[in-house]
Design a protein around this ligand. Sequence first.
Ligand SMILES: [Zn+2]
Length: 225
Amino acid sequence: MERIFFCGECRKFFYADCEPTVYLCTCTHCGSGLTISCDMDKLTYNRFDNDEKNFFKNKIKDAYPDLVSIAQEQDERRQRIGQMEERERARREELVRIFQIAVTTGDVKQDYAIIGPVCSQIHNRTIHPNEFNRKLQQYHRDISDILSTGLLSQMGNDYSWLYGSQTGEDCLLEIGSLIAMQELKKHGRSMGADAIICMRQNMNVDMGNPNNFSLQMYGTAIKYK
Ligand SMILES: [Zn+2]
């Protein structure tokens, strides 16, 4: 989408097909790199009458009176993008750590301290179908985010079948179990757990429609010594 950019060097406006977050887009008039996006797309701008266009342009010119102000704005945007990327990286690493929490129906041999019980539940019965769909979509996003980190292969598992076109209606219950498991790990992680032992689950399935179910999963969160 073409957006309006302002050049601090020649103080002219130009259109460019750059993302609004871009802090360096070469001026089409003078070739300067001291330009900023004005947070306005071409279509919206062209719907303005002349007075509105002038008002908009003057507002931008007033906001950035000199090259220093443009350079500062570029710097701030650069930092904001850096912080956003940093937060996103931290979020993905956290997702991977959650996936790596071990869950077992038995005990573990390693010495550990008990943190406490942890549980999760999920259902797609008629009362909350949206909640299930919301979780399912979140889960798909999490999986594709985790895959994008490239760390998943180290876990010796491939969850890729779980997202995309292969996720059919027929395996909702199976997916439900995996979501409940992921929620259990999330709760465990928030308590500082390394693993969850003695996991059990209660499942209620509608015999008339196996895709109507509720599922509770619980276990004991532990921390290795
Ligand atoms: Zn210019």
